[in-house]
Ligand binder design. Structure first.
Ligand SMILES: O=C(O)CCC(=O)C(=O)O
Length: 262
C-alpha cells in the first residue's frame, strides 16, 4: 500500500490557540492540495508548552480541536494524525493525540504515557494509561508522543502484532536534536517499521525547538528530513517494504522474550 505524508512542522505561538488554529488550517489546506493521504501535526500544537496557563487555554474535552480537525479531514478527504492537544476533563489535563480518518471520524485518542519532568509536565498534566494503537487505511499503526521514544520497551509493545507505521509527534528541543535523530532511526531499525515523526519549529520563552521532522524506512533509511525552519515535509512510501525487511531478518520470530526480564 502506497501512502504519502505531509508533516506540518509548525512554529507554534506560545499560549495562543487562536493563532495556532489559523496557522494549522492554512498549512493543512496547503498540504492537502499536494495530493497526500495523511497529514501529521506536532505535539501540543494549540497551546505550546504554556503549561502554567492551561486553566485558561486547554481544550475542554478536546471538543474545539475535534470539531475543527474532523471537518477539515472530511472536507479535504485526508487522514489527520492530529498531533496532540491539552485536553481538559474534570479539571485534569492530559497531553492527548487525536487521529481522524478521511471521513472525519475521530478513531483514536492517546494520552502521553511518559511525562517529561525536565519541562515540568508532571506538575500540570496527568499521564495516559492506554496504548497508541489504531488502524488507518487498513494499515496497523501506532502513535506516541515525544519523550515516549526514549522507552524502547513501550514502543515494542506496539509493534508485536505486525504494526507497520509508528507516528511520533513532538516538541523536541534543538539542544538534544541529535538524540531525536538517533532515537528515531533506532526505533525504525529495531522494529523494522516506518517512522513518521513530526517536530515543531521555532521557540518559546524557555526552549528553542529543533525541527528536523523525519520520514524513515524500515531499514533505517532517511526518506525525507526537514530543516529547522517552519515548513511542510512531504514523503511518499510503500508500506509493503515492511514485510520484505521482516522476512529478510526475522527479528519478530527470533526474539527470546522468555529471557527478557523487564
Ligand atoms: O526527551 C527529550 O529530550 C525531549 C522530550 C520532550 O521535549 C517532551 O517530551 O516534550
Amino acid at each position: 500500500m502506497k501512502q504519502s505524508y505531509a508533516l506540518i512542522q509548525m512554529d507554534i505561538a506560545f499560549g495562543n490557540p487562536e493563532r495556532n488554529f489559523q496557522q494549522a488550517e492554512k498549512m493543512i489546506r496547503e498540504a492537502a492540495a499536494n495530493n497526500i493521504t495523511t497529514v501529521v501535526l506536532p505535539e501540543l500544537w494549540t497551546t505550546g508548552y504554556d503549561l502554567t496557563r492551561l486553566e485558561d487555554i486547554a481544550d475542554d474535552n478536546a471538543s474545539r480541536s475535534t470539531s475543527f480537525l474532523g471537518k477539515l479531514a472530511s472536507e479535504l478527504h485526508i487522514n489527520i494524525v492530529a498531533g496532540s492537544v491539552a485536553k481538559r476533563v474534570d479539571h485534569q489535563t492530559s497531553n492527548t493525540l487525536l487521529v481522524f480518518n478521511r471521513k472525519g471520524e475521530l478513531i483514536k485518542q492517546y494520552s502521553k504515557a511518559h511525562l517529561f519532568r525536565l519541562m515540568d509536565e508532571e506538575k500540570h498534566l496527568v499521564e495516559g494509561n492506554s496504548d497508541g494503537k489504531f488502524v488507518l487505511d487498513d494499515e496497523k499503526s501506532a502513535a506516541v508522543i515525544c519523550y515516549d521514544i526514549r522507552f524502547p520497551e513501550w514502543i515494542r509493545t506496539h509493534m508485536l502484532d505486525n504494526t507497520q507505521v509508528l507516528y511520533v509527534v513532538a516538541e523536541w528541543p534543538k539542544q538534544r536534536i541529535d538524540h531525536w535523530r538517533a532515537l528515531l532511526i533506532s526505533r525504525a531499525i529495531e522494529n523494522q517499521c516506518f517512522v513518521i515523526a513530526c517536530n515543531r519549529a521555532g521557540s518559546d520563552p524557555n526552549n528553542q525547538f529543533g525541527g528536523q521532522s523525519m520520514i524513515i524506512g524500515p531499514w533505517g533509511e532517511v526518506i525525507a528530513e526537514a530543516s529547522e525552519e517552519e515548513t511542510i515535509l512531504y514523503g511518499a512510501v510503500d508500506l509493503d517494504e515492511v514485510e520484505k525487511i521482516r522476512s529478510t531478518i526475522p527479528i519478530f520470530t527470533d526474539r527470546r522474550p522468555d529471557m527478557y526480564k523487564l
